[in-house]
Write a protein that binds this ligand. Structure first.
Ligand code: PEP
Ligand code: MN
Length: 346
């Protein structure tokens, strides 16, 4: 970090900065200049908060030389993180990880029928929410603990891995007890107490991007998870707020190659929330795979017209089946494979 002084800064201003650098456990190296002087902070392990200097007299500008998300940054770990999962599956390696399922667990019949359908098409994990973050308090909020219990039964019966959302500090332990991957939803991306708990939950975490979050904010949230000791973090792009109502969100595919440069963490894509419209899901899922996503999260429902949440963006099982065929073909072109291989019936 470089702290640049105003041209009229006094020697006392510089000494004050140097003293604070030392107090924070790093070393200050003065950089002389004819008109403007600066202090470089050396031995900075990335934990020094630049805001501590911004308010000091004589300080004009602070230039960060390293990323604020130290553990998440590729500078820190050049090799990609590969998350190892049960059933020999992984995220972040050559395999594409495809997760599918309804937005919410609604009933035993609905969840079992949907799980069996997505499994037949080649999904390796079922994603469904038992606790749902809904914009309206009057909308279906999920089955809660009963929904988790149904997910446990689905896991036992089908062998599919389970991805499901933890909405708050109170519920996360119950979710982590049955989930193979704990989802942190878009609206909770900056719920820092939840992130800290998720960092200690003992399960991989799928961190969705907040609807208005910058990439830096998103990666800082991932840093919270890693700083608590959880190395198994997968990012998930799900669209950001835009100006046009043609789609529910702007599905930001730019971030896939951008995040690959900035971070070693895997990144998946959710074209269902990214578009909000069934007809747009398959094309954008293909685009996400082509852009380098490590996996897909796709909403599928056996009866989308009767879904209690997100029916308009949920694929019919036949459409998901087609998408899986397309993903397998794309994977081949891209030199990747699809986790779980080709289902016997496909
Ligand atoms: C969901 O995954 O169903 C969901 C609510 O997603 P998001 O947090 O991305 O809105
Ligand atoms: Mn949903």
């Amino acid at each position: 970090m470089l702290i640049l002084f105003r041209s009229d800064a006094s020697a006392t201003d510089e000494q004050r900065v140097a003293a604070l650098v030392q107090e924070l456990g790093a070393s200050a190296k003065p950089i002389p200049g004819l008109r403007r002087r600066a202090i470089a902070i050396v031995d900075n392990d990335g934990r020094i908060d630049s805001a501590r200097f911004a308010a000091l007299p004589g300080v004009e500008e602070i230039v960060s030389l390293t990323k604020p998300y130290r553990m998440v940054a590729r500078d820190w770990r050049p090799d990609p993180t590969v998350i190892r999962l049960p059933n020999g599956l992984s995220i972040g390696g050559p395999e594409l990880f495809v997760v599918a399922g309804p937005c919410s667990v609604e009933s035993e019949t609905q969840i079992f029928r949907t799980a069996e359908a997505v499994k037949r098409s080649g999904a390796v994990a079922l994603r469904a929410g038992a606790f749902k973050p809904r914009t309206s308090p009057y909308a279906f909020q999920g089955l809660g603990a009963a929904g988790l219990d149904l997910l446990r039964q689905v896991r036992d019966a089908t062998g599919l891995l389970i991805v499901t959302e933890a909405m708050d500090d109170l519920g996360i332990d119950a979710v982590a007890a049955i989930a193979d991957i704990v989802q942190i939803g878009a609206r909770n991306m900056q719920n820092f107490s939840l992130l800290k708990r998720a960092g200690r939950c003992g399960k991989p975490v799928l961190l969705k991007r907040g609807p208005s979050a910058t990439v830096t904010e998103w990666l800082m949230s991932a840093e919270y998870l890693m700083a608590e000791g959880n190395p198994n973090v997968v990012l998930c792009e799900r669209g950001i707020r835009g100006i046009d109502a043609t789609a529910r969100n702007v599905f930001d595919l730019n971030v896939i190659p951008a995040v690959k440069q900035l971070s070693h963490l895997p990144i998946m894509a959710d074209p269902s929330h990214g578009t909000g419209r069934r007809a747009m899901v398959r094309p954008m899922a293909r685009a996400a795979v082509a852009a380098g996503a490590d996996g897909l999260l796709v909403e599928v429902h056996v009866q989308p017209d009767q879904a209690l949440s997100d029916g308009a963006q949920s694929l019919y099982p036949e459409q998901f089946d087609l998408l899986m065929e397309e993903v397998r073909a794309l994977a081949q072109v891209l030199g990747r494979t699809v986790g779980g291989g080709t289902p016997a019936t496909a």
